[in-house]
Design a protein around this ligand. Sequence first.
Ligand code: ZN
Length: 426
Amino acid sequence: MNQLIHQPTKPSRLESQLIEQLWELQPLREQQLIELVEINSSSLNPEGINRTGEYLEALFTPLSDRCERITLSPWERLDFDGRLLKQPLGDLWRYRCRTEAPIQILLCGHLDTVFPKNSPFQCISRITPTCLNGPGAADMKGGILVILSALSLLEKHPEHHKIGWTLLLNPDEEIGSPGSAPLLQKEAVKHHIGLVYEPTLPDQNLAGARKGSGNFTCAVHGRAAHAGREPEKGRNAINKAAEILLDLAQFNHLRPGLTLNTGMIQGGETTNKVPDLAVFKFNIRIAQPEDAQWCQQKLNHLIKAANQQDGYNVTLHGGFGRLPKQLDPVHLSLYQYLQQCALHLGRKVHWQATGGCCDGNNLSAAGLPNIDTLGVHGNFIHSADEIIELPSLTQQAQLSALLLFKIAQQGLPTGISQRESREARR
Ligand SMILES: [Zn+2]
């Protein structure tokens, strides 16, 4: 936890009025949230993602100078038959406004959710008058509506011309942004700060430092044989996979903060056949950026050793899609700016490290200081108990709007304003 609150400058009368008037939009935002949550937009449902993007296009286009719909390359992954699958992704929407302004802000939201089309969790239910349960309500359909309200307030501010912005709505965050990562990186270097609208932590605080994450699939090919007549001719892929898995389990805590979790495994067909294929999937979390290379080398070594044994062919697919996000002084000055804005709303925000990752990791790896939990208040995300606290649709938009007003009037936080100009960073 960090407490670096400085004396804030008070918002002007107009700013206070704008912030207060936002409550008038609350019933509309709740209705829009319900309509958005009713569209299934699992990362693996491009059709639903595109419908979500189209719904939002009607809302964001009037605020922006330019809207582009971008097709992404498919997501390549190994399936449990050891074959390379090309999973089509939904489209990415990019909105731009005032690219000529001296300060450029990148806002990010994701259209996808973790709930597949056939998940029993598809509907909304009201838990209390101010709390809804629904798939993706907090993560992050509510967050996208927070962006909408915050940007609409910025456009009413007399000094909005000082801020230009780009909004990316990507379709693949929940699967590690495999298709949108190159675009996130490209946009990150064109902007001064990033604002990402993941829900806040359950205690309404912000995520600070984040671990990095790598997803891997290992396919072990052996040789099939009759288990009774000539087992010696077989090469048991499951046994070999088990050997590799035991070695992988040893990775845990070899470096500070490093964890490895094998999450899925499949192999074999019947008990009287020596299995010729076993496939397993694992995730590695790292706290230090240099550990990505360290892990990759160790994995390569392990796979090479497994391949040296007669009759086996072992392949590894995947990599570190997200590097750790570390809170350097530049990030801290941005977080402090937000704390000052929160004080005007009678709130104190803090931040804490988390093992989870998001697109904030990608922006940070590309050198863009960012805050990545500016979305709604909620809880139990990625489960059928996911809830959103409805007033936070307005409260969190007020917080973001105050941050944008402050930046328009006072410029960027220390450290960020001293960095090279946006043009120089292109
Ligand atoms: Zn999310």
